[in-house]
Design a protein around this ligand. Structure first.
Ligand code: GLP
Length: 241
């Protein structure tokens, strides 16, 4: 596992954007796993800037989302698919057809999870981007979730719903369920890049990197992967030895 502690906020963004840019440029038909969340906003903005400068193109890229809220209105701005449309598709040459995501409004959610697993296996993710929850979750794999559960319907913990309330007009509007890739599915990607910013992530980062591999800290599953880069700022690194 390669651990990078960024010197500044700008260094954090550039380091992450460089890893993504390198992957998109090195591979003929890149398949990238996208994460949503505050951590990625500035990174995606940097990718848009590079696209506008002519330094980066997503024309041949397919993108797969990690997760999606269940039962969220199709046009809700916080539907993860819509977040990525606003952050990348509307601003670059990544097309809506090239963006795949689990449908949180599917009639049969179990079937939808199985469909998404097949799609991921067929696509073969090259570089998977990940954030980390304050409780150590990756995607929406909450503590205690089996690594090998496949894409599944997750019941969000009270802590995760509280954390994500900042994105919604009021806390009760945060969905209670989501469809999420499992940790095991995430580990199938050829390369992983996990990003963490801020003091609120320090404990989760310590447990994920330095603690035992255990489902109580879903992000600890990353220790099982051969090619992982963790990029963090100084605040997120404060509990590392
Ligand atoms: C959400 C997402 C995760 C993300 C995490 C951290 O719950 N499902 O994929 O990593 O939040 O988000 P943020 O970057 O906003 O802290």
């Amino acid at each position: 596992m390669k651990i990078i502690v960024a010197r500044s906020g700008r260094d954090f963004v550039l380091t992450a954007a460089d890893i993504i840019s390198a992957h998109l440029s090195d591979v003929t038909t890149p398949v990238i796993g996208l994460a949503t969340g505050d951590t990625f906003t500035d990174v995606y903005r940097e990718l848009v800037a590079r696209y506008r400068d002519g330094r980066l193109s997503f024309a041949k890229t397919r993108a797969l989302l990690l997760d999606e809220y269940a039962g969220i209105a199709a046009h809700h701005p916080q539907r993860f698919r819509n977040v990525i449309c606003a952050e990348l598709i509307d601003r670059t040459d990544l097309t809506a057809d090239a963006l795949h995501s689990p449908d949180g409004n599917a009639k049969d959610l179990q079937q939808e999870c199985a469909r998404y697993d097949r799609l991921i296996a067929d696509a073969g993710v090259g570089l998977q981007l990940l954030g980390i929850g304050q409780n150590g979750h990756i995607a929406f794999n909450e503590p205690g979730t089996s690594f090998s559960s496949g894409t599944h319907v997750a019941r969000l913990t009270a802590e995760t719903r509280r954390d994500n309330a900042r994105f919604f007009p009021s806390p009760p509007e945060v969905p209670r369920y989501a469809l999420t890739q499992s940790s095991g599915t995430i580990l199938m990607a050829s390369e992983l890049a996990m990003l963490a910013r801020g003091k609120s992530k320090a404990r989760a980062i310590r447990q994920a990197i330095g603690g035992p591999v255990d489902t109580s800290v879903p992000a600890s599953a990353l220790q099982l992967h051969a090619k992982v880069t963790v990029i963090m700022d100084r605040e997120a690194a404060t509990e590392l030895a």
